[in-house]
Ligand binder design. Structure first.
Ligand SMILES: [Zn+2]
Length: 428
């Protein structure tokens, strides 16, 4: 499949979405903007909901849940849910950011998620996130130009690095520089306030993080691969949004739902994470605002299915032995079904059947990932939401290399294939 010409429209749009979404807050806001353009209306959590048919969404920080109630849908009708996450491993700004040594100005950072530390070295880094103001409002911040760098030690000062392996101390060696001069208390937040067009005195709090400013790129002999930051998991967020927009119509057999949650990389436990009550609250209100009872909610949940989408491992040509010999997902081989009977993934026989049927309807090839017994396995929001809501769940995604690197790699066709399969699932 890899040398065939393919329509790049979906992947071109993914590239734009990733570039505009360096933080979970930007990702959720960009999803909201696209939903608004498609006629979806935002519902406020503190207000009563009307329960009318049509497209609606709830935005909460770095998380967003959107759904479409087809005209005439009874209250016990189940949901078809596509779930993903908006956050990625990165370096986040500490409460007292201004630091430095030996005439260098630096920014104190905390490691966020399971970061591959070496991938942040010697890259041109920007800054993004949100600031909270004294008046209770908040602003998104995006400095999308080279501002910071975590410089690697020269080989002359670390002669054994290539033989002994790179040893990075998480506290000592990951502090970015952002210029020269003495430590200037408050300088970073003054800079950020200036970028946001507000007074530094009005900034009461911040959730800021660094990102690689290099744009995504097609690579490979035929441009058949995509190199980009945050494929984990903006690839799925973007695919799920496209799938919802394709499935949102009055003929849909169930209520299509798209949920993108924050804090997956740290375990999903937050008010905006998949282990929190956000999805349950939204689905409950979608039932109750249409006059449904607790019993109706239970019936709707029992009639529901959840497709949890996240990246998985493609077989690595230089480390083939790290992969299960009978299961080698390849880029552009189609989306992957993720299996782990120890429930790191929620997939079971019934889930596999639902997934296979969706891929068949979409005309999309698919592959299976399962880990090697001698190694542990990652996990996703799939088992978490399955446990919390009791809704049947299947784990799927796209195969990639370099997961949790600051710049990951996947097949350039796979995002579209995943979106097509997801659209068939949501419409089913
Ligand atoms: Zn992920």
């Amino acid at each position: 499949m890899t040398s065939r010409r393919f329509d790049r429209t979906h992947t071109d749009d993914l590239i734009e979405f990733i570039g505009a979404s360096p933080s979970p807050y930007h990702a959720a806001a960009n999803v909201a903007e696209r939903l608004e353009a498609a006629g979806f209306r935002r519902l406020v959590e503190t207000a009563a909901w009307d329960g009318e048919a049509g497209g609606r969404y709830v935005l909460r920080g770095g998380a967003i849940v959107a759904w479409y109630v087809p005209e005439g849908t009874e209250v016990t009708r189940g949901f078809r849910i596509f779930g993903a996450h908006t956050d990625s491993p990165t370096l986040r700004v500490k409460p007292h950011p201004d630091t430095g040594a030996a005439g260098w100005r630096q920014v104190a950072v905390e490691l966020y998620g399971g970061t591959l530390l070496n991938t942040w070295l010697d890259r041109d880094l920007g800054l993004s996130g949100r600031i909270a103001l004294r008046d209770g409002t908040e602003r998104l911040v995006l400095v999308d130009r080279p501002l910071l760098r975590v410089p690697q030690l020269a080989i002359h000062l670390d002669r054994t690095v290539n033989e002994a392996g790179l040893q990075l101390d998480k506290q000592q060696h990951m502090t970015p520089i952002w210029g020269l001069g003495k430590i200037d208390e408050g300088a970073l937040i003054r800079f950020v306030a200036d970028e946001a067009g507000v007074d530094a005195e009005d900034v009461a709090g911040w959730d800021l993080m660094v990102h690689d400013v290099q744009k995504p790129a097609y690579i490979g002999r035929d441009g058949e691969l995509l190199a980009a930051a945050r494929l984990d998991n903006l690839l799925s967020v973007h695919a799920g949004l496209a799938a919802l927009l394709a499935a949102a119509h009055d003929g849909a057999a169930h209520i299509p739902v798209f949920g993108a949650f924050d804090h997956e990389e740290t375990g999903s436990e937050s008010t905006t994470g998949a282990a929190g009550p956000l999805l349950e609250t939204v689905l409950t209100r979608v039932v109750s605002s249409r006059g449904g009872s607790l019993d109706d909610r239970a019936r709707a949940f029992a009639d529901s299915f959840h497709l949890s989408s996240d990246v998985g491992h493609a077989v690595h040509p230089n480390y083939v032995g790290r992969h299960e010999p009978g299961h080698h997902p390849v880029p552009n081989g189609g989306p992957i079904l993720k299996v782990n009977t120890n429930q790191r993934y929620a997939t079971d026989a019934r889930g596999r059947a639902v997934w296979a049927a969706a891929c068949e309807r979409a005309g999309v090839p698919w592959q299976t990932f399962v880990g090697i017994n001698s190694m542990g396995c990652g996990t996703t929001i799939g088992p978490i939401t399955a446990t919390r809501l009791g809704i049947e769940t299947v784990d799927v995604g796209a195969a990639c290399l370099s997961m949790h690197s600051s710049r990951e790699l996947c097949g350039a066709e796979d995002p579209h294939l995943l979106a097509s399969a997801a659209a068939a699932f949501l419409a089913g």
